[in-house]
Design a protein around this ligand. Structure first.
Ligand code: BGC
Length: 745
């Protein structure tokens, strides 16, 4: 292929080279028919295939399944499931003629308000990265490419096209880029999409540090970088920085700028050639015969069933007082389904990810079907679409609620609240729904609240009175059936939150700095995003990261480490036995966190480093194994521009959620990493005195009797350079300079 590419590049005119650097249309690349270079088609994801009005593809002619959105699927913590969804989407792409699916989006959930949170997985980079990798693996196994997006720090919609994310290098590396690195290292997505925003003052679309130094030189990414749609600011700067394809196209003005820049010597033609080569490589790979062999037949029914399974694995049972659920085990014969959303569910959020679903399962209908004919099911809408209290509707709902044994109350965020393009203003449910929950739970103690939303809502006004609470998410076209399956025990819930649900918005770490001002947003919370912050500040969330109940119970025992002491070149195997001690078959997400006991730089109290989902029958047990390696213990030290592993004690914590740790054990890790001396003129006297070599050098360089060994304790925190003053001139600036240079040799 390389030869063919070089040959084509050799035959292209400068103008043709520039024109292939932007798309041919909204969702396709430019063909060069003279040289048999075809055009390829792109389409949005992530939870289904969007046939854009402006694309050349025919809307509605082929199957497009609407799977649960990313915040739902992430709650399954099931990599195999995400891979299966990826495969199904890959098949649908093939069937439609799409070469690149513009997904997955793995941006970190910094604030619950980000309008696009429903499209993203988690507040945790490990979880986001693992699920993103599974998705990419699934899609690409079908010979269809993916676009890992939005690189990076597109964590809000407000001013997304101009805002500068002001973020320190350490959180940038450890939180915001870590998921991208994982996906790239594990699965090599065919493309990466840069974000709209600036990062520390430079547009992501022309950021040499992000697009070349990190992405290609450090992470060995060998695919193509595509702009988010209309994200290009300065096209020539973009080409230089490593942005290959501008979308959408055609972008004739920018193509001309590329030509002029080459002609005037501002842009080397060899750099342009590199970009053109990457575009050609993608086009040829996507249209290559081998790729075409992958199976493309789409079984719409099987995809619908997969969407239902995925939705049911994503539901999180947040609360289940008196074990009211599952309903099939209670002595009841009637159920009132209340809430407009039981009839008109929100399947997905707004914006570029919207899918035209192949069909829709309505919760009310599915509940009736799963409940069976003997069971009486009534319905009352309870609230109107507009956030207005309607007394008649409330009374009707209360009557239905009183008359039944149990109420399932469907509430959620109106469709227009969660969308690409803007953020939410608050975490509230509409007031008329809040009133309804309060009133219904007064007349019916057996009230089950079912949430239909893509990101957390505040619950403090009603949660005390709601004995049972299910987070049903934006569950896609088959979500109705999934809820019915959970209610009647056909499926045992196994979802766990992939993000913290705070009690109130003010508790969230980004609160003071979201969404920023004067075109800047300061990531002032640094590393302390999501549970890392709630842990550190000891704030009780409404529901913690990793939380989710089951109809059965699990016991954790026998936590074993393969070794008590390792060095950083060795892997550690951790095993734990998990037993289903209840009466139902169920699945458990076993979570492993690592905590560094005495770090040199500040570190979160614990961080997720592995997880496994296991299926267990009643009384069955399984040994779950995890492997940890160097990277799982390391942190990024911006002063050294390196990942560091320190010698020290590390706690290995295993549990059911970030706040329900069942077992712990300690490991001693010995680092073999040589940390270069960083003692400078600004290092404290204490640090200089502590170091053996520094002490020797001080004796050699400083005048006799002036070595700071015997200095008063209170002075030892002063920087070395202050010795000039303390010695009243006996130690000169020149001596300090010599000392520092000698130390750095
Ligand atoms: C979104 C991307 C999407 C693109 C193409 C942009 O507005 O940010 O996620 O892939 O449009 O539709």
């Amino acid at each position: 292929m390389n030869e063919k590419i070089s040959q084509i590049v050799g035959e292209l005119t400068l103008e043709e080279k520039a024109s292939i650097c932007s798309g041919e249309g909204w969702m396709s690349t430019e063909a060069i028919s003279r040289l048999d270079v075809p055009s390829i088609n792109l389409s949005d994801g992530p939870h289904g295939i969007r046939i854009d009005e402006k694309s050349k593809l025919e809307k509605g002619s082929k199957v497009t399944t609407c799977f649960p959105t990313a915040s739902a699927v992430a709650s399954s913590w099931n990599k195999e499931l995400v891979k299966e969804i990826g495969k199904a989407l890959g098949k649908e792409c093939k069937n439609i003629g799409i070469h690149i699916l513009l997904a997955p989006g793995i941006n970190i959930k910094r604030s619950p308000l980000c309008g696009r949170n429903f499209e993203y997985y988690s507040e945790d980079p490990y979880l986001s990265g693992e699920l993103g990798a599974a998705f990419v693996n699934g899609v690409q196994s079908q010979g269809v490419g993916t676009s890992l997006k939005h690189f990076v720090c597109n964590n809000q919609e407000t001013d997304r096209m101009i805002v500068s994310a002001e973020v320190e290098e350490r959180p940038l590396r450890e939180i915001y880029m870590a998921g991208f690195k994982r996906v790239i290292k594990e699965e090599q997505p065919w493309t990466v999409m840069c974000s709209y925003n600036k990062v520390n003052g430079t547009y992501a679309s022309e950021h040499p540090y992000l697009l070349t130094e990190v992405l290609r030189e450090e992470w060995d990414f060998d695919g193509l970088v595509v702009s988010d749609w209309a994200a290009v600011n300065d096209r020539v700067a973009g080409v230089k920085a490593g942005l290959d394809l501008e979308m959408p196209g055609p972008s004739e003005a920018n193509d001309r700028k590329i030509v002029e820049a080459v002609k005037s010597g501002i842009l080397k033609e060899s750099i342009l050639d590199r970009t053109v080569e990457r575009i050609l490589k993608l086009v040829l790979k996507a249209t290559d015969g081998n790729q075409r062999d992958c199976e493309s037949r789409v079984d719409a029914k099987a995809h619908h069933e997969l969407a239902r399974r995925a939705a049911s694995e994503s539901v999180v049972l947040l609360k289940n007082e008196n074990e009211l659920l599952p309903l099939d085990e209670r002595d009841i014969s009637s159920l009132a389904v209340v809430g407009r959303m039981a009839k008109e569910p929100s399947l997905q959020g707004g914006g570029s990810s919207e899918v035209d679903p192949a069909k829709v399962d309505v919760p009310l209908k599915k509940i009736k079907k799963v409940a069976g004919e003997e069971f009486q099911v009534s319905f009352a809408p309870g609230y109107s679409k507009a956030d207005r209290e309607d007394e008649e509707m409330i009374e009707e709902a209360l009557d239905a609620g009183r008359a039944a044994d149990v109420v399932t109350l469907f509430v959620g965020l109106p469709r227009e609240v969660e969308s690409e393009g803007y953020d939410r203003h608050n975490m509230k449910l509409p007031e008329n729904q809040v009133k309804l929950i309060q009133k219904i739970s007064e007349v019916q103690p057996n009230t089950i609240v079912i949430l239909n939303n893509g990101s957390p809502v505040s619950m403090d006004a009603w949660i005390e009175n709601a004995p049972v609470l299910l987070e049903g998410w934006l569950a896609g076209q088959a979500g109705g059936g999934a809820i019915a399956d959970i209610l009647f025990g056909k499926v045992n819930p196994s979802g766990k939150l992939a993000e913290t649900f705070p009690v109130e918005l003010q508790d969230n770490p980004s609160h003071i700095n979201f969404p920023g001002e004067n075109d800047k947003v300061l990531y002032g919370e640094g590393l302390f995003v999501g549970y890392r912050y709630y842990d550190e500040k000891n704030i009780e969330p409404q529901f913690p990261f990793g939380h989710g109940l089951s109809y059965t119970s699990f016991d954790y025992s026998e936590l074993n480490l393969s070794q008590r002491e390792i060095d950083d070149k060795e892997d550690l195997t951790v095993s734990v036995t998990v037993t289903n001690t209840g009466e139902h078959a169920g699945k458990e997400v076993v979570q492993l966190y690592v905590s560094h006991e005495d770090p040199r730089l500040v570190r979160p109290l614990k961080e997720l480093k592995s997880f496994e989902k296991v299926a267990l029958n009643p009384r069955e047990n399984k040994i779950v194994n995890f492997t940890l390696s160097r990277q799982d213990f390391s942190y990024y030290d911006p002063s050294r521009k390196k990942w560091i592993v320190e010698t020290g004690d590390y706690d290995i914590l295993v549990g059911r959620s970030s706040r329900d740790i069942r077992l712990r054990s300690t490991l001693h890790l010995k680092s073999t990493q040589k940390l270069e001396k960083t003692l400078t003129e600004n290092s404290s006297l204490k640090e200089w005195i502590k170091d053996e070599r520094a002490r020797t050098l001080m004796k050699q360089v400083l005048p006799e009797g002036e070595s700071p060994g015997g200095i008063l304790e209170g002075m030892k925190n002063l920087p070395l350079k202050k010795l000039t003053m303390l010695s009243q001139g006996k130690i000169t600036e020149e001596m300090i300079k010599r000392l520092v240079e000698a130390m750095q040799k």
